[in-house]
Design a protein around this ligand. Sequence first.
Ligand SMILES: Nc1ncnc2c1ncn2[C@@H]1O[C@H](COP(=O)(O)OP(=O)(O)OP(=O)(O)O)[C@@H](O)[C@H]1O
Ligand SMILES: [Mg+2]
Length: 178
Amino acid sequence: MKQQGAILWLTGLSGAGKTTIAVAVAEELQKRNYPTELLDGDIVRTHLSQGLGFSKQDRDINVRRIGFVANLLSRNGIIAIASAISPYRQVREELKQTTHNFIEIYIDAPLAVCEARDVKGLYAKAKAGEIKNFTGISDPYEAPINPDIICQTDKFTVEECVNQVLQYLERQGLIFNC
Ligand SMILES: Nc1ncnc2c1ncn2[C@@H]1O[C@H](COP(=O)(O)OP(=O)(O)OP(=O)(O)O)[C@@H](O)[C@H]1O
Ligand SMILES: [Mg+2]
C-alpha cells in the first residue's frame, strides 16, 4: 500500500512552540521510517519567501507558498510539517479546502506565556516599538475556530504534545502504531 502523505499545519503565536513540536514530530516520524519534510517559517523566509514582509498581503503570500510546496509533498506520500505563525484564518481555510490531507494544529499558549518565554527576544523589541507588525502585539492573530488538534503548550510537555499529534495520525490511519 502506498504511503499516504499529509500536511501538518502548525499555527500559533511566536514562541507558542511550533518549531519545537514540528522538529520533535519529524524526528519521531523519521524514526518510524515515514518520509517527512519540514517547512519552517523562519527558514522559508530566507529562501522561498525572501523579500516578503509582514503586511497582511505578504503574510498571506508566504502562507500560500508554503501551502503550495506542502501540497506537492503531501500528494506524493510525504508528511509535510509546516510551522509558521500563519495568523490569518481565511488563507488557512483556503489551504484546508484546496490541499491534500490538510490537518490544522493550533499550537496554543497564552500571549503572556509567549512573552515571558521570549525565545528570540522579539516581544521585548516589539513592545519597545522597534519591530512593527508583530503578531499579538501590534498585528492580529486569528486563532483557529475548529482545528483538528489543539496543543496547549503551557499545560503539557513537548513529549505530550508530540504524542497528541502522533495519536491523531494513527486514528486517521495515516501512520500505524509500531
Ligand atoms: N509543550 C511545549 N511545546 C513546545 N514548546 C514548549 C513547550 N513547553 C515549553 N516550550 C518552550 O517554548 C518555546 C517555544 O519556542 P519555538 O521556537 O518552538 O516557538 P515558535 O512557535 O516556533 O515561535 P516563532 O513563531 O517565533 O518561530 C521553546 O523554548 C520550548 O522549549
Ligand atoms: Mg518557529
